[in-house]
Design a binder for this molecule. Structure first.
Ligand code: G1P
Ligand code: ZN
Length: 542
């Protein structure tokens, strides 16, 4: 039986950088989750009888929302739902399923790298038929609908047994519980030289992969351990937990500190990597060397042709605006297009669909390619392994060779988390008001060349996205970017991005924060971060 239930709009259902993210108790408010899912369906057209993919990162409340989403998909007329066994699908695996089975779209339940648990974070994101996050046009329509919605539709049927594979019928809809790993692992085999990686591993090359008690555990066991012969003990924290063991499943130097310490220690393995809550981010560390995500993007792009899936070369490279310019230098050398998009993976979709780029990445530990329409943590790990297997050099050698060829782009991001929203907005507004007059002025030892608020003109569909971050360029090529996070669930997070290019190999051995000291000082003098936020130091430095 299908029920129509009345509901009053919730004012705060505006999707952010990556879907709607709130604390679990907010999603547990009666009607809250249903109102958002119904608003998604109401913003779509012509999906009757079609397929919807549903899965999540396994965090607390995942199973409950999956049952709700299935019952609502049935009531709204979808013909088939594909759901990952146990309710699990990594974000890139969900993207792949949507594409492979030509689904109409998908609901991905995740708050990515944010903590999980009864009082922690949850999220719902809608992806379109190309497998990628819904573009702004759709997320805006969803938000508009949440503001007027007055009812949702839900079918009454018994909870689906998410743990056993198989096909079930319910309320006129087919529900298939699928293996979350199989199709994704098969896709990886088409892109990378598994024989070469297996030979590397059996030759004594040691790996440490930290799944952070999040979704990539089962994927890493299947791909790294079963198919590539990596020792099982090398996959750390491989069991997904609803609260990620109480940690932030965020693969950065703060939250993956154990891995970092291991990789910097005397008995470090050759290669260390980690992925986040939903498996789309990656952290890459060689023995004694951390590879910044911006550098990793550049290095993967420069070497991708060594993997079978990319042997024909790249069509182009894309990066989010705050990501460093290291990849631009690779694109210039390869003679391919370079695109600079706003923060968030949804802006890469059009470029990938139009064949205008092959590899894309963000400074926030995200890299991916045209194989899916999401960033992909294990993909980055496998591409690095493929490159290492072919080049037969250490990560450190590859990194240093790259810097010698292209110069080193020192890069860091300083986050001020959970600051007061009014203060954050005040800081940004005050700086923005001064942007036009900044050119020619000095900030400490640096001279400002130009400053603007980033606007993106999508070259494929002509859409325009404004207010995507404040940029300050200095003479000599350093750059400073300020923007507010669009993924937080409490207060505001100010992100300050700093970079400086250093062509001289004799100066490539500096500590990053030292190398960036003039840019860091300029950030404080231009924006008055301490005064506005009352904070002496960033919460997280990456
Ligand atoms: C953050 C990252 C951004 C990434 C997003 C989703 O968004 O900065 O690059 O796409 O998470 O993983 P933000 O919180 O900055 O809006
Ligand atoms: Zn993520």
């Amino acid at each position: 039986m299908i029920r129509t239930v009345s509901v009053t709009p919730f004012k705060d259902q505006k999707p952010g950088t990556s879907g709607l993210r709130k604390k679990v108790p907010v999603f547990q408010t009666p009607g809250y989750t249903e109102a958002f899912i119904q608003s998604v369906f109401d913003s779509l057209e012509d999906y009757q009888g079609k397929t919807l993919v549903i899965g999540g990162d396994g965090r607390f409340y995942n199973r409950e929302v999956i049952q709700t989403a299935i019952a609502m998909a049935a009531a709204n007329g979808f013909g088939r739902v594909l759901v990952g066994q146990g309710g699990i699908l990594s974000t890139p695996a969900a993207s792949h399923l949507i594409r492979k089975y030509q689904a109409f779209g998908g609901l991905i339940l995740s708050a990515s790298h944010n903590p999980g648990g009864p009082t922690e974070d949850f999220g719902i994101k809608y992806n379109i038929s190309n497998g990628g996050p819904a573009p702004e046009k759709i997320t805006e329509a969803i938000y508009a609908r949440t503001q007027t919605i007055d009812r949702y539709r839900i079918a009454d049927f018994e909870a689906v047994n998410l743990d056993s594979l198989g096909t079930f019928e319910g309320a006129g809809m087919t529900i298939e519980v699928v293996d979350p790993v199989a199709d994704y692992a098969a896709l990886m085999e088409t892109l990378f030289d598994f024989d070469a990686i297996r030979a590397l591993v059996s030759g004594g090359f040691r790996i440490a992969f930290d799944a952070m008690h999040a979704v990539t555990g089962p994927y890493a066991r299947e791909i790294l351990v079963k198919r590539l012969g990596v020792d099982e003990a090398s996959v750390l924290n491989a069991t997904p937990l609803e609260d990620f063991g109480g940690h932030h499943p965020d693969p950065n130097l703060v939250h993956a500190k154990e891995l970092y310490d291991l990789m910097m220690g005397p008995d470090a393995p050759d290669f260390g990597a980690a992925s986040d809550g939903d498996g789309d981010r990656n952290l890459i560390i060689g023995r004694g060397v951390f590879v910044t995500p911006s550098d990793s993007l550049a290095m993967l792009a420069a070497n991708a042709h060594l993997a079978p899936g990319y042997k024909g070369g790249l069509k182009g490279i894309a990066r989010s605006m705050p990501t460093s310019g290291a990849a631009d230098r690779v694109a210039a050398k390869l003679g391919v297009e370079m695109h600079e998009t706003p923060t968030g993976w949804k802006f890469f979709g059009n470029l990938l669909d139009a064949g205008r780029c092959t590899i894309c990445g963000e400074e926030s530990a995200g890299t991916g390619s045209d194989h899916v329409r999401e960033k992909d943590g294990l993909w980055a790990v496998l591409l690095w392994l493929n490159i290492l297997a072919v080049r037969k050099q250490s990560v450190k050698q590859i990194v240093e060779d790259h810097w010698a060829e292209y110069g080193r782009t020192y890069y860091s991001r300083h986050d001020y988390e959970a600051i007061d929203t009014d203060q954050a907005n005040g800081l940004v507004a005050a700086l923005e008001a001064r942007l036009d007059g900044l050119a020619g002025h000095e900030a400490g030892s640096l001279t400002i060349e130009k400053a603007d608020s980033f606007t993106y003109h999508d070259p494929v569909d002509g859409s325009v996205s404004r207010n995507q971050g404040l940029r300050i360029f200095f003479e000599g090529g350093s750059r400073l970017v300020f923007r507010l996070s669009g993924t937080g669930t409490s207060g505001a997070t100010l992100r300050v991005y700093m970079e400086r290019h250093e062509p001289d190999p004799a100066r490539h051995g500096q500590e990053t924060q030292d190398a960036l000291a003039p840019v860091i000082a300029a950030a404080e003098s231009l924006a008055g971060i301490r005064g506005w936020t009352g904070r002496d130091a960033p919460t997280v430095i990456t």
